[in-house]
Design a protein around this ligand. Structure first.
Ligand code: GLA
Length: 535
């Protein structure tokens, strides 16, 4: 018992050094320490590396392999992070990861395509009553890893403890994820003060502000083409914003809203950060998205912003290429983008900008351990309501079903919620997605633990998020193209007892459930349910 705090702080240390190490839990057994009953195509390897991440240990295998373990003496849970070994396959290679419990498939990733930035997928399955656990990888040549493969003593889903904000004062700026509007997706560079004022009015009139959408954020397009004035200070385009930034801020603040600004190191020019931060403070900004940046210039800009003395929420944006989840928080950022831009489509499996909704969610799951009160993974803007009316490539736009699932997933994953659609001209249906209070409450839950997939069998995904008051949010998602039955037993979710379930999209009490949730789920639909224990 005594060793626990030391080990937990070790896991914090590993998180800081970029080496992933599972939280040490008393009674936990690493699978790489067990002698397999049989192993076909099993390869030894000294390093476990998936996507950007190095793991302390795990089971390294061939792209075609089966490893079986005797597990009858365990009745807790098997957990691992599965994925392509970094550099271990050619681009475009395909693998399927499966876990079989006494011959029954209990995890099936479906076909996963390799590219360098693919992050790991959480595998979490119950072990009680199971005699043989078989880890199977099929597909191409190549290498794969079952990182952190371990058997845990209890049948519950193990979420990493939240890493507290390194500076509690700075963390206070975003104890829950930021909510607001960003101009980029709908308007691109065609922004001006009339539009921003209309958006401010609309945030108030349509009740969005009072639901928490407080930050009204300008993106690319406000700046003067010379970028800086003769004194090296940021400059806006006077034709688009004739009244100036301070007057705009006054208007926004008079509406009870916060003013969000956008910039880049190239616009500020390195060494000029104090001038820029001072100017922004003079404009009375409350949020800054700093784009196309690296750790050095993000740090410099955050420090200058703090010296300028105004509390400013800081969003680091560099598409996740330099793994900002490893360092942005320590530099003082409250959120950081983890993906390329999310476009108005459901899925993309490519390795370039932009990406579909589902890929960003998967990335968010893999990085869940980095998010928590004060510091959040940013899954990018919501594409809800764009309906293809965007400069992002989107081929006609996602469907309303896709939009509801984006909202469900962003909220399950505790992402900032930045509306990217035009709220002035949005259908009632799409506005209803953004203004669903019960779903927003999941995003803003004070425990701040992002969901993971407690069950994944091909198209069936069950996302589980623990909430502060002992309740759970469960998303039953069908990622396939046909309506299917999606089910989740308490055993699969690692839950016990009775729960009352409430459907958060239908706003309906579903009654008491004693062991299982099960629904017909349409293609791309997420049934989002809140489970309240019956005591
Ligand atoms: C990058 C960012 C986008 C947006 C544009 C503006 O692509 O990822 O969110 O800010 O720049 O040019």
């Amino acid at each position: 018992m005594k060793t626990q705090p030391v080990l937990s702080s070790l896991s914090v240390l590993f998180a800081l050094t970029g080496i992933h190490s599972a939280r040490a839990v008393e009674g936990m057994v690493y699978v790489d320490g067990l002698r397999p009953l049989s192993a076909n195509g099993w390869t030894e390897a000294d390093e476990i590396n998936i996507g950007y991440h190095r793991y302390e240990r795990g089971v390294a295998v061939d792209g075609n392999s089966e490893v079986e373990y005797a597990v009858s003496r365990f009745d807790g849970r098997f957990e691992a992070w599965a994925g392509f070994h970094k550099g271990g396959a050619r681009k475009g290679a395909k693998l399927t990861f499966k876990v079989l419990a006494d011959g029954k498939t209990v995890y099936d990733s479906g076909v996963v395509k390799f590219h360098a930035k693919n992050l790991a997928m959480k595998v979490s399955v119950p072990l009680d009553g199971v005699k043989r656990l078989r880890l199977v990888v099929t597909g191409d040549e190549g290498r794969a890893d079952w990182a952190e493969a371990r058997i845990l003593p209890e049948n519950r889903v193990y979420f990493e403890p939240r890493i507290p904000a390194s500076d509690p004062e700075v963390g206070k700026l975003a104890m829950t994820p930021m909510m607001g509007v960003n101009t980029w997706n709908a308007f691109g560079r065609s922004i001006n003060e009339k539009l921003i004022r209309e958006l401010a009015d609309c945030l108030v009139d349509k009740g969005l502000r009072d639901l928490g959408y407080r930050y009204l954020c300008l993106d690319d397009g406000y700046q003067h083409k010379s970028l800086r004035d003769e004194n090296g200070r940021p400059r806006w385009d006077e034709r688009k914003f004739p009244s100036g930034m301070k007057a705009l801020a006054d208007y926004i603040h008079s509406k009870g809203l916060k003013f969000g600004m956008y910039s880049r190191p190239k616009w500020v020019k390195e060494g000029n950060e104090d001038k820029a931060a001072g100017t922004f403070a003079g404009w009375e900004i409350d949020f800054l998205k700093y784009d196309f940046s690296n750790p050095r210039n993000i740090k410099a800009m955050i420090e200058a912003t703090r010296r300028a003395g105004r509390p400013v929420l800081f969003n680091a944006c560099e598409w996740g290429k330099r793994q900002p989840w490893e360092w942005a928080e320590r530099h003082g950022a409250q959120s950081w983008r983890i993906t390329y831009d999310v476009m108005d489509v459901w899925y993309s499996d490519g390795d370039q900008n932009p990406v579909g909704i589902l890929r960003s969610a998967y990335q968010g799951e893999a990085l869940g351990r980095y998010s928590g009160p004060g510091h959040w993974n940013d899954l990018d803007m919501l594409v809800i309501g764009l309906k293809g009316k965007t400069h992002l490539p989107g081929r006609g736009g996602a469907t309303d079903e896709d939009y509801r699932s984006q909202m469900s997933l962003w909220c399950l994953l505790a992402s900032p919620l930045a509306i990217g659609g035009d709220i002035r001209n949005m259908s009632e249906e799409n506005l209803a997605i953004l203004t669903n209070e019960e779903v927003i409450a999941i995003d803003q839950d004070p425990l701040g633990v992002p969901a993971c997939r407690a069950k994944k069998i091909r198209e069936q995904e069950v996302w589980l998020r623990p909430l502060a008051n002992g309740e759970y949010a469960v998303g039953l998602l069908n990622v396939g193209g046909e309506t299917i039955r999606v089910s989740a037993t308490w055993r699969e979710l690692g839950l016990r007892g009775s729960f009352r379930a409430r459907d958060l999209w239908a706003h309906k009490e579903l009654g008491r459930f004693d062991g299982k949730l099960e629904f017909d789920v349409r293609p791309h639909e997420t049934r989002l349910v809140r489970l309240k224990p019956v005591r």
